[in-house]
Design a protein around this ligand. Structure first.
Ligand code: C5P
Length: 400
């Protein structure tokens, strides 16, 4: 989740484009951000506090005081935020922001905020091109705010031109790019190959042998490596995870054999290899051409060993730094260290199925890292944070 732990304050002002903010909030929340929404009193004509608070999972404030007499501290909300997004920003709110006309909660919060401010203006086309709007936008930019320009198209008035609020996806991307650009590019110039997800081994045209791996750990690693400036080759078995990142090339495969041959298309060019895929150890010896009929009480399928992709990578290692994963249920540390040596790895990440919240399908993981000479234990964390720990550790080893 690319916005994990980020605190986003959204201010909605009273324009028809306010309905689109539902999608923006959902997107931010899905990506792991905490979202606090405040609105101008007029915004309530366009969206309800109920729909917004349901999506943002927090109360929505429009006034300095709540009905029960409590104080909605604009200062606290302003200082809490990592970024503030004013969307839609009407001509009126823009003008108040620029001139410090502090007569509602949104402007008071804005004026107390020290964080970066994003402005997504929305207004009818003649208002958008009016010299006062242009001047106010220039002024807002001179304060260091980031303007997300309105788009061209049909406006609520029926007129056609510039003035539509930017699409929620564009606003979200601008905010995400901002967070990413602040991350130190510690892996710039490095190429990282990551295997992820399960493999499916066909039995017949409709059935396969697979496992419960979701691919989440590998995709989180790919996203984090990209943020740090690496070029990422992500080779994934069947997984519902998605990634839209210009530094990550996703190659989808199905079986272990396909994964092996894809890995070796790139192996010579990579600096770091991380094998987080849960590769099936065995595959059916023969794949039936037609769907197997249920005639007999018993069915025997002969299985043969799959290639061990990581072991093969270890055997052919020249300069690559290799990281493996071990998912163990017993003698965890001993088994993990055994694999580290047997597969000629530089580092292995152990997760135990005994730890609640760790392993397959969960959004969290609890790991221990081993190198031939070191051991480090970590707490239960989100897979995004685990990805950071793993890459921090890889980087510390590369510096040695
Ligand atoms: O031997 P084991 O399956 O426990 O090893 C786990 C590690 O080896 C993981 O990093 C996994 O991605 C990798 N592996 C592989 N090819 C296999 C089996 C495991 O790359 N056939």
């Amino acid at each position: 989740m690319s916005l994990s732990g980020k605190k986003i304050l959204i201010a909605i002002s009273g324009g028809i484009a306010a309905y689109k903010v539902h999608f923006l909030i959902r997107d931010f929340v899905k990506k792991g951000a905490e979202v606090q929404v405040i609105m101008t009193p007029d915004a309530e004509h366009f969206v309800t506090k109920l729909s917004i608070s349901t999506l943002s999972k927090k109360p929505v404030y429009t006034e300095f005081y709540s009905d029960n007499g409590t104080w909605n501290s604009h200062v606290e909300m302003a200082l809490w935020a990592d970024v503030m997004v004013v969307a839609p920003c009407t001509a009126n709110t823009l003008s108040k922001m620029v001139h410090g006309m502090c007569n509602n909660l949104v402007i008071a919060t804005y004026m107390s905020a020290k964080c970066p401010v994003f402005i997504a203006p929305a207004m009818d086309l003649d208002m958008y091109v009016h010299p006062s709007t242009k001047k106010n936008l220039e002024q807002a930019e001179s304060f260091g705010h980031i303007i997300i320009p309105a788009e061209n198209g049909e406006l609520a008035s029926g007129l056609i031109g510039q003035g539509r609020m930017s699409e929620p996806g564009t606003i979200a991307k601008t905010v995400e790019d901002f967070f990413n650009s602040n991350i130190e590019k510690t892996l710039a110039g490095k190429t990282i190959l990551i295997t992820a997800g399960p493999t499916y081994e066909a039995i017949d045209p409709v059935r396969f042998i697979g496992n419960h791996s979701s691919g989440k750990m590998g995709f989180s690693l790919a996203e984090e490596a990209s943020k740090r400036g690496a070029k990422v080759i992500l080779i994934s078995g069947p997984s519902s995870q998605v990634i839209d990142d210009k530094n990550v090339t996703l190659h989808k495969v199905t079986s272990a054999k396909e994964m092996l041959s894809k890995v070796f298309e790139f192996y010579d060019t990579i600096d770091i290899g991380i094998a987080s895929a849960a590769v099936a150890d065995y595959a059916p010896k023969e794949v039936a051409k037609e769907k197997i009929k249920k005639n007999d009480d018993n069915l025997t399928i002969e299985l043969v060993k799959n290639p061990d992709i990581l072991k093969t990578m270890g055997e052919k290692k020249t300069h690559q730094f290799l990281v493996g994963f071990a998912l163990e249920t017993q003698n965890e540390e001993e088994n993990a260290k055994g694999k580290l040596a047997k597969k000629n790895l530089d580092m292995i990440v152990l997760n135990s199925l005994r730890d609640e919240g760790a392993g397959f399908k969960n959004d969290t993981n609890k790991i221990k890292i081993f190198t031939p000479t070191e051991k480090k234990e970590f707490n239960l964390k989100s897979k995004d944070d685990v990805a950071k720990d793993i890459l921090d550790f890889v980087e510390s080893q590369l510096l040695k």
